[in-house]
Design a protein around this ligand. Sequence first.
Ligand code: CO
Length: 170
Amino acid sequence: MAIRELIYDGNKLLLEKSEEIKVIDEDIKKLAQDMLDTMYKYDGLGLAAIQVGKKLRMIVYDSTYIEEGAKKRPVIMINPKIVWTSKSKVLVEEGCLSFPDVFEDVERFEKVKVEYIGIDSKKRIKSVQGIEAVVIQHETDHLDGIVFLDRVDKKKTKNKKNDSKKERKK
Ligand code: CO
């Protein structure tokens, strides 16, 4: 178990486009595991490699691990690509481990299909909806240097200061 150092708002790396992963070697596997350890440690729902300073197209998430004691269902996606989006959208409050204490309503597609390579080097396609779809859109945005605040429509949402309730961050 190794916790990596997160990068935060103001770090220009967050605005950069990450690079495709060509070979899934031991370093990539170690990075994936460390990203999961880091995500769980800081109560995140998801994490992109760029958030630990690695400009690589890899995301990890666990959209079901919300309550204390819940079963962990970690997902690792290498070179994820959203290949289909629903017409319907949802407005969901998001946070981000790189933006501590910032929460904003963001409009996302309700359902998406994502193509990716698993840590076992197998190509997969997954249809997702709800919070899982939101997390994947948030994390794949990171790979293109887009952060959730870039997606906030000020006309549709009002700026919210941090609520007292504990929030899960992406
Ligand atoms: Co984020």
